[in-house]
Design a protein around this ligand. Structure first.
Ligand code: B3K
Ligand code: ZN
Length: 878
């Protein structure tokens, strides 16, 4: 693991204001075949707020330095020093212009960070620290500068040459095209972007609330132009929503989005020039599933919202990453809730939190929403920073209420406009506006780990009093053995026989739903005038990212599932009931009584499916996923978990066959078109199909085949394919469908990814061998992150059953793949590692094999990214 000696740890406690600032940044890019020359003219001044030093240390990596001058005077080799990470210039004046030229090789850039090539076009990705691979700079977010960019290329080489802001000129001289851009808003280098390629463009306009016209452009390869209409509509909705909900108006005259094939994550919010993974922008009903449509809408909104939460107000340092990410995820999730079903959006978010974030929080990479240290910042673009960070903002919004929350965000955006600030600055605004003391609440930023809330109750019929006792416990995490009690807002209601009860505390009537501010390690709340034994509905709408433990009786769960007025709570009660059945079966205990209740309540819901939101019911049919089930155990046995879950699915299908089939058939006509209702009907109908295919019956396979071949949209076609491929008795039918699907869609790269993914995630058969074969497939491309995700990540993250095969071969396979990928693209390699890092949470035979795979990986020459994750995972004590 040779990265060790060269891998310093960066700590929040060591933060110092920058010694120099860059007032103006002028960049010239000359794009040549095989190399690019970048010259920069930086107006640098000493930071009046900083201590004096004579040396200027700029960041820079993998750059070929060609010339260096201060105020037109060329520097001699004695004036400066070049190290692998820095350019140090000695004895610089108070204020000067630095000229620097470097050569870089975008064609050879496989890490997809800095300037690189994707399908013949040039594009950039600078967050977090990629700008230093473009030129020497103070590549830190608290250095904000006004950028001008000139792009020069052979005339006719590219139709499109873009950078941030406004285009000042576009001319041709001596066979060269020269395009000049200027961004009037100061920004950190991580928001810089450049694109050059032969692209088609979809255009539209938006009139802002103050009446300004904004040109909207989405650039793609010509073949994909027609797939951009949905993204365009989503963008306009997002722009309007942000005006109405947060009073945020767009600031430039032009907003551009460019779609690229090779991209390490979903998208990037560069000022005025967002760059998107094609998977998060292209959408067409024939080739895109409903879920992917919703993702496009959400990601378009997310990146657009960053224009204020991230760009106008940015982060002081990368420890504050959640300042922009948590806030922006909260904003996009509220946008999606407003555009679609609120309950369904909440269910999706909570599912992700429970099955991924809670797991991260219990593992070797656990970190607070504002981490204290890192080796490689790219490893900290995590579900904790994003999703738990969003939950923290959500709690603040709920504590303040809509009016004060809006006042507080107005204050935040106006006070810090054009500045690089901290999470504390954000909370401070909430505190000032509400007049509340949020000092204990701030622990959500500094303490890692998922708090547990153990709740017990007691009803005193004589006194007509009902008391709830809540005891909180925050588990130890790496580097944080001792935890303090946190401020946990618990939204709750009480149900009596006739519905919700009025909640009376200390003689005061609080209405039917309240938020308890749980701040002590143990707290008892007494409700008065309670005339009957009530049933609590706890943590409604998931008011805090915690695990709740309360011993519900079966009949109580049944009641919540059928009657709770909070859709999220109905789903959550169903998850609890399913979890009880599964846990008992996993532990080898009798679970017949519980299973009968589950079947009964499912039968009731399915029989009357038309009475409720089909999308909600669809989610209520889903059994808790395996990673979540595993996370409930100190040491999980993955083989037992998979077996028991499959058996229950089969049992439910068998018992509920009639209702499932009836629901499937009756929904046929409502599942047509693009309306929210049609999408909901499709999602329910396709869930019933999956259940039916658990049964070995040619009739059901026939239904799936028919749906596959007659489908008029990708949602139905792919759902039928998936149901066939994942059903154990449909091998022949599945093979035929797979072949014809590939035949039909081989020229649509994003659809081919789905074809890879459905095979890699099949829960039975020798999938490892098939995955090896898929890696050799003509459509596979090991340099494309989407393809790696579709095959390797799908196998490791979405195929719990086959990945945790007792032989341990899949663990070893993953380690080998990561070692190879790490040579080309460390960020992707490091992300693929996640499933192995949780080895300590599995029974010994699996834990040993997983650990062995990590150890074999540690024998390789590793990037900083992979080194950090491997070393932290191996240090984790049993
Ligand atoms: N801010 C980017 C993520 C950058 C990741 C860098 N490794 C996308 C987003 O969260 O909007
Ligand atoms: Zn973001």
């Amino acid at each position: 693991m040779s990265a060790s000696t060269a891998t310093p740890v960066t700590r929040l406690a060591d933060y110092r204001a920058p010694e120099f600032l860059i007032e103006k940044t002028h960049l010239t890019f000359e794009l040549h075949e095989g190399y690019t020359d970048v010259s920069s003219r930086l107006t640098i001044v000493r930071n009046p707020k900083s201590t004096k030093t004579n040396d200027l240390a700029l960041h820079g990596e993998q750059l070929e330095l060609h010339s260096l001058a201060i105020d037109e005077r060329s520097l001699d080799s004695g004036d400066y020093q070049v190290t692998p990470q820095n350019l140090i210039i000695h004895n610089v004046p108070e204020r000067f212009v630095l000229h620097c030229s470097v050569r870089i090789y975008p064609e050879k850039n496989t890490a997809l960070e800095g300037l690189y090539c994707s399908s013949g076009m040039y594009c950039t990705q600078c967050e977090a620290e990629g700008f230093r691979k473009i030129t020497y700079y103070l590549d830190r977010p608290d250095v904000m500068s006004e950028f001008e960019t000139v792009i020069i290329a052979r005339e006719g080489a590219f139709s499109t040459m873009l950078s941030n802001g406004n285009c000042l000129s576009d001319t041709v001289h001596d066979g060269k095209r020269v395009v000049h851009w200027h961004d009037p808003f100061k920004k950190p280098s991580y928001l810089f972007a450049l694109v050059a390629g032969n692209l088609a463009c979809l255009e539209d306009h938006f009139t802002t609330q103050s009446g300004r016209d904004v040109l909207l452009q989405i650039y793609t390869e010509a073949k994909d132009r027609e797939k951009c209409h949905f993204a365009m509509q989503s963008l306009k909705k997002a722009m309007r929503w942000d005006e109405e909900t947060y009073g945020r108006e767009y600031d430039l005259d032009r907003f551009m989005i460019v779609a690229v094939d090779d991209f390490n994550m979903g998208a990037m919010e560069n000022k005025g020039l967002n760059i998107f993974n094609t998977s998060c922008v292209l959408a067409h009903p024939a080739s895109t599933t409903d879920a992917a449509f919703q993702r496009v809408e959400g990601v378009i909104a997310h990146e657009y919202f960053h224009n204020w939460s991230g760009n106008r107000v940015t982060c002081r340092d990368w420890f504050q990453l959640s300042l922009k990410e948590g806030l922006t995820v909260y904003r996009d999730s509220e946008f999606s809730a407003d555009m679609n079903s609120r309950a369904v959006k909440r269910i999706e978010d909570v599912n992700l939190l429970r099955s991924v974030q809670f797991v991260e929080d219990a593992g070797p990479m656990a970190h607070p929403v504002r981490p204290d240290s890192y080796m490689e910042i790219s490893n900290f673009y995590t579900v904790t920073i994003y999703e738990k960070g969003a939950e923290v903002v959500r709690m603040l919004a709920n504590i303040l209420g809509p009016k004060l929350y809006r006042q507080a965000t107005d204050l935040y955006f106006s006070r810090f406009d054009g500045q690089a600030v901290t999470c504390d600055d954000f909370v401070q605004c909430m505190e000032e506006i509400s007049g509340r003391d949020l000092s204990q609440f701030r622990l959500w930023y500094s303490q890692a780990g998922t708090p547990e809330l153990h709740i017990s109750d007691h009803y005193d019929a004589d006194r007509q009093q009902y008391s709830l006792t809540l005891r909180q416990y925050v588990p130890a995490t790496p580097g944080q053995a001792e935890k303090k009690p946190m401020h946990i807002p618990v939204k709750m209601a009480l149900y009596g026989n006739q519905g919700t009860l009025n909640l009376v505390i200390n003689g005061q009537n609080k209405g039917t739903e309240i938020v308890l501010d749980i701040c002590q390690e143990q707290q008892t709340i007494v409700f008065e005038q309670v005339v009957e034994q009530p049933m609590p509905s706890l943590l409604r709408s998931f008011s805090a990212p915690v695990r709740v433990f309360y011993d519900y009786q079966l009949d109580q769960l049944q009641k919540l599932i059928l009657l709770d007025s909070d859709g999220f709570c109905r789903w959550d009660a169903m998850q609890s009931l399913m979890r009880i059945v599964l846990s008992k079966a996993i532990d080898g205990k009798g679970h017949q009584a519980e299973q009968m209740v589950l079947i009964k309540v499912l039968r009731q819901l399915l029989a009357d499916y038309a009475a409720m939101d089909a999308a909600l019911l669809a989610y209520m049919l889903d059994l808790p996923n395996e990673p979540y089930l595993a996370s409930l155990y100190e040491k999980a046995n993955p083989v037992t978990i998979s077996r028991v879950r499959t058996q229950l699915q089969h049992e439910l299908a068998t018992q509920l066959q009639t209702e499932l089939l009836n629901c499937y058939q009756s929904l046929q006509n409502s599942a047509i078109g693009l309306s929210a209702q049609a999408m909901a009907a499709r999602s329910l109908r396709n869930r019933t199909l999956v259940y039916l295919l658990q049964i070995d019956d040619a009739r059901y396979r026939g239904l799936a085949q028919q749906q596959f071949s007659q489908a008029e949209n990708m949602t139905d076609q792919f759902a039928a394919l998936r149901a066939l491929v994942h059903a154990e008795h449909a091998h022949t039918e599945a093979q035929t469908a797979l072949q014809s699907f590939y035949q039909q869609w081989q020229h649509e790269s994003l659809v081919v990814n789905m074809w890879f993914q459905v095979q890699a995630s099949r829960p039975w058969g020798d999938v490892l061998q098939e995955v090896r074969e898929l890696l050799q497939h003509e459509a596979f491309d090991a340099r494309n992150p989407n393809k790696l995700r579709a095959v390797i990540a799908a196998f490791a993250n979405q195929n719990f059953t086959r990945f945790h095969d007792s032989s341990g071969n899949a663990y070893q396979f993953l380690a080998e793949q990561i070692a190879g990928i790490d040579q080309r693209n460390p960020q992707i390699a490091s992300r693929l590692l996640t499933p192995l890092t949780h080895w300590h949470r599995f029974v010994d035979e699996h834990a040993c094999l997983m650990r062995k795979a990590l150890e074999s990986l540690s024998q390789h020459e590793l990037s900083k990214d992979v080194y950090e994750v491997v070393s932290k995972s191996l240090n984790k004590a049993h």
